[in-house]
Design a protein around this ligand. Structure first.
Ligand SMILES: NC(=O)c1ccc[n+]([C@@H]2O[C@H](COP(=O)([O-])OP(=O)(O)OC[C@H]3O[C@@H](n4cnc5c(N)ncnc54)[C@H](OP(=O)(O)O)[C@@H]3O)[C@@H](O)[C@H]2O)c1
Ligand SMILES: [Zn+2]
Length: 419
């Protein structure tokens, strides 16, 4: 939604705010059926990209409701803010929302500035809610702390501190020094979840690598002939389209282009499309492929130095960007995207590339869909090739697991434990 439409939406928001205080927030429509007791904050899907049903409802206090409203506003810019975080802000006076805003993208004003503009004169003495610590430095825009101080805000409620160790806490301190009451740590887990890619990129100097795959119950991602349309049902595939909206790039290998001719777009899940990326060492790719049609979404082909210049020209004439990286490894590609200031990269490749991405630390989060199907075939590909392990004790472990069902398929999500 455009910022202007958010602002116009305010009139109706303000009118129902008095009832919001006692409103029991029911999030039944958001989370999956789970098979173990799960707190709201344990489940990343609550605030991420795919609306699965929640097993129960919860009552949130006023501060929590306002912070959830910040997160809802922030999410309107999913996939559009890199290298900046997703931030929403709400301004409350006498228990009523008088201003709202979110950060639409790099170079644009921050969420607090939009919310202050929306509130106008009424902001004096009000409480500002914001899911991330207000900035205290001159970047592309002036510091939000100064805007809050100038607007004579009385209190600021912060969801999470800035993860950047160089600035963390300085915005909060600046506000306190100016006599503003500051509360930190409301709905923190949800705030951290929403900006997990931003945080990862700052702390690890690389984008968050998410690997998504779909397999049959017997662990196959395609048939013995390479046919894979479709492993999962419509609903699961729609969830993937939603996930693509939130990611800056989606990557496949040359073989997936040759076999599947994928689109890799968001389909009906909305804007923006991620940059579609093909890693190919040979550039032995078909001249006809959906990915070479760049009207709807951009495509980047990454190959090694000096490979097949004729095909490189062919791609460039089609509007496809071509980059050369030698040696072409997933880790090199992650470094390349870090330099391009990407926050999140979605690996949607087959087992060969995924194996190398796992080996060189380019995958941090895994989302697997499991279809209730058995296809068999001893030569049919599975999600991962040889990792060189011989003992079960060597297995890569996942943590912070969540799981559920979507349509007739199952999904399971987790984070690779640090080695
Ligand atoms: N069910 C699913 O979730 C899913 C998802 C994706 C694919 N698939 C299936 O998986 C099969 C393809 O599997 P695949 O493993 O060959 O997948 P892939 O995604 O095509 O990855 C392998 C290709 O990546 C390229 N590559 C570039 N740099 C590489 C590197 N450092 N390490 C490894 N590969 C590199 C190579 O392309 P070049 O040969 O062009 O040099 C290589 O052939 C297809 O049948 C497809 O249908 C299934
Ligand atoms: Zn700011």
């Amino acid at each position: 939604m455009k910022q202007s439409s958010v602002i116009s939406h305010q009139l109706s928001v303000i009118s129902y705010q008095s009832s919001v205080i006692s409103y029991q927030l029911t999030v039944n429509s958001l989370l999956p059926k789970t098979h173990y007791p799960l707190t709201k904050t344990q489940n990343p899907l609550l605030i991420t990209h795919y609306p699965f049903p929640l097993p129960y409802s919860m009552t949130l206090n006023f501060d929590q409701q306002m912070m959830q409203q910040c997160l809802k506003l922030a999410r309107q810019a999913l996939g559009k803010t890199a290298p900046n975080p997703l931030v929403g802000s709400v301004i409350v006076q006498d228990g009523k929302i008088i201003g709202e805003g979110f950060h639409p993208g790099a170079g644009e004003p921050h969420a607090e500035v939009f919310a202050l503009r929306n509130a106008g004169e009424q902001a004096k003495g009000a409480t500002v809610y914001v899911n991330l610590e207000p900035c205290n430095h001159f970047g592309r825009t002036p510091p939000c702390t100064e805007a809050l101080i100038a607007a004579k805000i009385a209190k600021v409620v912060v969801g999470m501190v800035d993860p950047n160790p160089l600035v963390s806490g300085t915005g909060i301190q600046r506000l306190k020094d100016a006599g503003i009451e500051v509360i930190v740590g409301i709905e923190t887990a949800d705030c951290q979840q929403l900006n997990e890619a931003f945080t990862h990129q700052i702390l690890h100097h690389q984008p968050l690598g998410i690997w998504k795959y779909a397999m049959t119950l017997d662990g196959k991602i395609a048939t013995t002939t390479g046919h894979s349309y479709w492993v999962t049902g419509t609903e699961a595939r729609q969830k993937v389209h939603q996930l693509r909206v939130a990611c800056d790039a989606v990557i496949v290998g040359g073989n997936t282009v040759r076999r599947d001719n994928p689109l890799l777009t968001t389909h009906d899940a909305g804007e923006p499309n991620p940059l579609r990326v093909v890693m190919s060492r040979t550039l032995d790719l078909p001249k006809q492929a959906h990915l070479w049609d760049t009207q709807e979404a951009k495509t980047l082909v990454i190959t090694e130095e000096g490979i097949n210049p004729d095909f490189q020209h062919f791609l460039q004439n089609k509007g496809v960007e071509v980059a050369e990286l030698s040696p072409l490894t997933p880790a090199q590609v992650m470094t390349y995207f870090y330099k391009r200031q990407f926050l999140s990269v979605l690996w949607e490749c087959g087992g060969t590339l995924a194996t190398n991405a796992l080996k060189d630390g380019s995958i941090h989060k895994i989302l697997a869909f499991i279809a209730p199907k058995i296809i068999g075939g001893s030569g049919a590909p599975s999600p991962v090739g040889d990792l060189g392990f011989t003992q079960m004790t060597e297995a890569l472990l996942l943590e912070r697991m969540t799981w559920g069902s979507v349509g007739c398929d199952l999904w399971i999500e987790g984070y690779l434990s640090p080695a």
